[in-house]
Design a protein around this ligand. Sequence first.
Ligand SMILES: [Zn+2]
Ligand SMILES: [Zn+2]
Length: 325
Amino acid sequence: MSASVYDLVFDVLRSFPSAIDELVGSNTENESLLHENVTIGGAVAPGKEFRILQPLWDLRLGREAFVASPLFPVVLSVTFYFTLCSPFMAADLWGKKWKWLQTFKIQPDFDVTYDHLWDTLLITFWNHILYILPAACAQWVWTPDTILPPVAPTLFEFVWHQFAGLIIFDVQYYVWHRTHHKIRFLYKHVHALHHRYAAPFCWVTQYLHPWELITVGFLTTTNTWFFNCHPLTTWSYMILSIIVSVEAHIGYDFPFTLNHLSFGWLGGAPKHDMHHLKPQTNFEPFFNHLDRLCGTFCPVMSAGGVRPNDLLEYERRQKETKKIR
Ligand SMILES: [Zn+2]
Ligand SMILES: [Zn+2]
């Protein structure tokens, strides 16, 4: 067994007790580590305690003032969002003549134009100037600096805290989303803006009414508070949420996207694309289980706009139901 695989297995096994402690509300292991670890220039002393994420966490060394600042998570998430969307924007603009790329488009008849970019980026820009920037300034003034523990989270804690955060957000947003489709006033005055595009593309992710932007931002931020997450876990969860949200809106069904790598757990772009086409279905933002349980799941189109048999059957049943009514 190679050293890195050994370290991984060892780290996972050793994490179980602290994860169970976390579950019952005790954080004693981390607290004791905080107090007991011998540090050299802020790093954990070699041989004292090793965690597989420690090298990643140690990247903060020498940059503590910036990393601990309440502005850091805002800068990180905003920078990451624009960086992640940019290649998909380039694909939309300049990949129109690449036939191989077009075969992955879920709605191949929809062309992203400069007008669409201008429209979505303008809303995104104003949302950042009018809401995100003042919120960041308020945090900077009133929120204390993040406490940076010397020890990284265990791999188990790092993974399950993020997974739990996604599951909780998934439920919260399902309820919020379905309510904002069900109540006409809320749909018309809040969520309809996001549905201006029946075929999503990357910048539609944050093409949101301010109330939706604030709700999503608040839920994403506060979900990690339930678990008293390590800062590395919190920031990684923010990044993961952005990845899953952007992926849902890219409009391409690539074979390497998370919906293909998660054994059907994640809905990805095909599922959310279908929500933009049939807005009374597929309310769940990340996973599939709630939509299936609550009867709001609609089978999806795949790359190239292919309508599989389960979707054709679903549409046939919908037409029959309408006729009976
Ligand atoms: Zn959407
Ligand atoms: Zn919707």
